[in-house]
Design a protein around this ligand. Sequence first.
Ligand SMILES: C[S@@+](CC[C@H](N)C(=O)[O-])C[C@H]1O[C@@H](n2cnc3c(N)ncnc32)[C@H](O)[C@@H]1O
Length: 486
Amino acid sequence: MSERQGGFRSGTARERGGRSDRGGGDRPRGGRPPFDPARSAAYEALLATHRDDAYANIVLPALLRDRGVTGRDAAFATELTYGTLRHLGTLDAIISAAADRDVSRIDPPARDSLRLGAYQVLFTRVPPHAAVAATVDMVHAVAPQAAGFANAVMRRITEQDTDTWIAEVSPKAEDDAIGHLSISLSHPQWIVRAFSEALGGDMGETARLLAEDNERPPVHLCARPGLEDAVDLAEQVGGLPGAFSPYAVYLSGGSPGDIEAIRDGRAHVQDEGSQLVAAALAAAPLDGSDERWLDLCAGPGGKAGLLGALAALRGASVTAVEIAEHRARLVELATRRLPVTTIVADGRDVGDNPALPEGGFDRVLVDAPCSGLGSLRRRPESRWRRKPSDLPPLTKLQRELLGAAFRAVRPGGVVAYVTCSPHVVETQVSVVEAARRSSIQMDFVDARELLPPGMPGLGAGPTVQLWPHRHGTDAMFLAVLRRGNE
Ligand SMILES: C[S@@+](CC[C@H](N)C(=O)[O-])C[C@H]1O[C@@H](n2cnc3c(N)ncnc32)[C@H](O)[C@@H]1O
């Protein structure tokens, strides 16, 4: 990468004689700007997310690995990258005010350096003088002509605390509640509007949700029923059993890949909400046969792993359908030694594909492709990448897949419709529309009764919306429908 594109010179930070202290350090003799490995990795990762549309959670670990950045430096790089991406809306508003020009008019290399610098000053404990020095050094390296400008902007940013800046750059809540939350809690306006609609217009609760999206997400494990016990697993990993799912364990640190139970297929990584909605399908009461389960959108296989373990306990089996070949392979890996058959197919081909006969299944899961607005805390850049125009093709697909699920389930059998999005267009509207358009009679089952007793904040039913700020889970939506006995 050339200097003009904003990349650092080749070689690792250490090779270039950089320092790894978080304060940015002194300029080394010889006048060459210092680099520290954490900040340079964060800078490159940030650049890649908008230059190459990269995913931070893929590009950053690769950068850290390639450069041999580990331990505290790796943790700091991760905090800088993810934190800057999550708070980008707030940071850009403050940088624009401090620079007296819109961020879109600042060259990308200087802009990304300023974003990282402003994040350190406003949202971390890095001493402001160290954040300023490190940012100016970074700009010296990636956009030397802008070093004086960056110095002035950074110094202005340190002149006020975070709350004062936010009050200055965001509209007043009483004048523009959506605009206020959008800037102060760093989400695009259309997403704030969608969340507030799903929360019945409660702006206080919307603010709590947005704030939760800006936190580092927890890692949840699923102890596969019949193979591992959640309390035992919690002890093994030094974590805590989950609050709601009987299979959940909250991991407090360390890498899931190092856990023996995960390596040998007794457990897997899965958000607790995702566990709850998959288990709800298995919990729905059923008259008659209960042997053939179908997961119509299975990749990468989190829910198929849990359903497969539950099916094994009951002598049932799961057909896992996935349209993308590489994701189907992930399902196969995730369900080894479980009674799960994975097929690469279009889930809408029920009745045309011999593996997907009409009326051939007792329980069907549609974990539909969706906007993913319910897991923004896990994908820090995605709130800026998603657009309202993504929704129409997704909702069309959701309704078609649901229609196929209605055909696939036998009379008296149950269908669970799940999204990792709380957007009402993808949740309530999709499910009601699909039921209305289908010639098959489908009746809502109260999904609240299929979740662990005593779970708070489940609303008035029959569908359920889980929330990060209420339940500590991703914002999973669940509707359960039973096919009429024609
Ligand atoms: C939300 S993800 C499913 C997550 C999965 N159930 C889990 O828990 O790991 C949706 C999946 O549906 C797949 N998909 C999209 N269109 C499909 C179709 N027409 N038929 C089958 N699968 C489809 C996507 O490739 C994606 O892997």
